[in-house]
Design a protein around this ligand. Structure first.
Ligand SMILES: NC(=O)c1ccc[n+]([C@@H]2O[C@H](COP(=O)([O-])OP(=O)(O)OC[C@H]3O[C@@H](n4cnc5c(N)ncnc54)[C@H](OP(=O)(O)O)[C@@H]3O)[C@@H](O)[C@H]2O)c1
Length: 417
């Protein structure tokens, strides 16, 4: 190899090199461009997580652990031996989910991976799961809660409401987490002092351009980007307030609370959610995405690289010493780009409004479920009554037939006589 390089330098390229590759300036330019592209790709890929920590025996609850960044985080933590509880909208009996978990267990040689059905578009589903979780005595071990699930309506598509009547982006990206963390709060606070409990909230720099939370995002002003950015801003404001809520808890043992809320900006990544957004949720968009895949491949991170900052937030042991409510980007602490995130008055208003919306929606839904139950009971009763009437009718017919047969046989006997 060295001989070849020396030969090229002293005598020029060998005879077999085509003429097109003999121009040294052109070759230098090509090499320089390639080096620049390589460096840019490295830059866009972001930083690798440098932290290490033993995860064996730690219980990690994760939403959105079935795709994108969440799936990459789940896989890494499973490899490290953590016990994973995946909150998924599909029931564990679903064949696709069962396959996914089976494969994850096999690939990571970790059998401690479970799924629990929690549909984040439904307050009722969240309540059912979370109350079951906290109903355990003694309290179950819970080391970490990673909230990776989210939804992003592709541009140009319509505003969608959940079955419970709440705008979907607000519900999945913010209110579901508010509800889940609210109910699981006793479970987090009941963990022993030395457990280093972390609530990890992935966020997105789109929050910087979000309209202020004091402004209602009504149907007229709504668009997918605003709705997404606003839900991310709300999560940041609520996360700060939740940290204060945890800090304010007086532990029975008198020791300080060590639970931390940590925000993470994973950077732009090639995930199913991002693909849906870039392709505007259409077949043609998807065709374009595949045809020009080199562009997202170059500028966006893989889900695995996006997971690095979240893994840093999970694994870095020094984070337990600092205050909660910090933002991590590219595996290092950064400042928030908005002042209103730490505004207590805004947080209070948001908390109260969210509580009110949940109480009102849950009441309405409970009344609806009651009505449905009653209607179902009435339908069942009608069915039973109809079956009973049919049975009586059949009995009457049989008796009638019996009597007629008896009459005929007595009249035949009389005729014979
Ligand atoms: N991708 C990026 O470029 C980027 C940039 C900045 C921040 N982030 C943040 O990183 C996190 C992960 O993003 P991602 O792009 O990896 O997401 P993604 O690929 O779109 O995956 C979203 C996950 O959320 C789950 N989910 C959606 N609706 C649900 C529901 N109703 N109930 C239960 N689960 C539900 C999905 O479950 P199914 O598998 O069942 O669909 C899926 O596992 C998000 O918080 C996002 O805001 C991402």
């Amino acid at each position: 190899m060295l001989q070849l390089a020396y030969g090229i330098l002293t005598q020029g390229p060998p005879a077999w090199v085509p003429d097109a590759l003999r121009d040294p300036w052109r070759n230098m330019t090509v090499i320089a461009v390639m080096v620049v592209l390589l460096l840019l790709k490295r830059y866009f890929n972001g930083f690798l997580n440098p932290a290490e920590r033993d995860m064996h025996g730690r219980v990690v609850m994760i939403t959105g652990g079935t795709s994108g960044i969440g799936a990459a985080v789940a896989k890494d933590l499973a490899r490290r031996g953590a016990q994973l509880v995946l909150l998924t909208r599909l029931p564990p009996s679903n064949p696709f989910l069962a396959d996914y978990i089976g494969q994850l267990r096999q690939e990571t040689r970790n059998t401690m991976i479970y799924a629990e059905q929690v549909d984040l578009t439904s307050l009722h589903s969240i309540r059912q799961f979370a109350t079951r979780w906290i109903d355990n005595a003694p309290p179950r071990r819970l080391d970490m809660l990673i909230l990776c699930a989210d939804t992003l309506t592709p541009p140009g598509q319509k505003r969608v409401k959940t079955e419970e009547g709440i705008e979907e982006t607000w519900m999945v990206n913010y209110l579901a987490n508010f509800h889940l963390l609210g109910i699981l709060s006793p479970a987090l606070r009941a963990q022993p002092f030395d457990r280093d409990v972390r609530v990890i909230i992935p966020t997105c720099s789109s929050y910087i351009g979000a309209p202020p939370l004091s402004e209602e995002l009504d149907k007229k002003k709504w668009n997918p980007s605003k709705a997404y950015a606003r839900s991310k801003l709300a999560m940041l404001v609520f996360g700060q307030a939740y940290q204060k809520h945890l800090d304010a808890y007086k532990r029975p043992d008198g020791l300080p609370m060590t639970s931390r809320v940590i925000f993470v900006d994973p950077g732009l990544c090639r995930t199913p959610g991002m693909r849906r957004w870039l392709s505007r949720g259409s077949i043609w968009g998807l065709v374009c995405y595949v045809a020009f895949y080199a562009v997202p491949w170059f500028f966006l991170k893989s889900a695995e690289m996006g997971a690095q900052s979240i893994l840093y937030a999970v694994l870095d042991t020094s984070l337990v010493r600092g205050p909660g409510g910090q933002l991590i980007k590219e595996c290092q602490m950064v400042d928030f780009a908005r002042m209103d995130i730490k505004d207590e008055a805004i947080a209070k208003k948001l908390w109260e409004a969210s509580d009110k919306l949940i109480v009102q929606t849950e009441k309405e839904q409970a009344a609806l479920r009651n009505l449905e139950k009653k209607a179902e009971e009435a339908r069942e009763k009608d069915k039973k009554d109809a079956a009973q009437a049919e049975e009586i009718d059949e009995l009457v017919q049989t008796i009638k037939k019996g009597k007629e047969a008896e009459k005929k046989s007595t009249s035949r006997r009389k005729n014979k006589k």
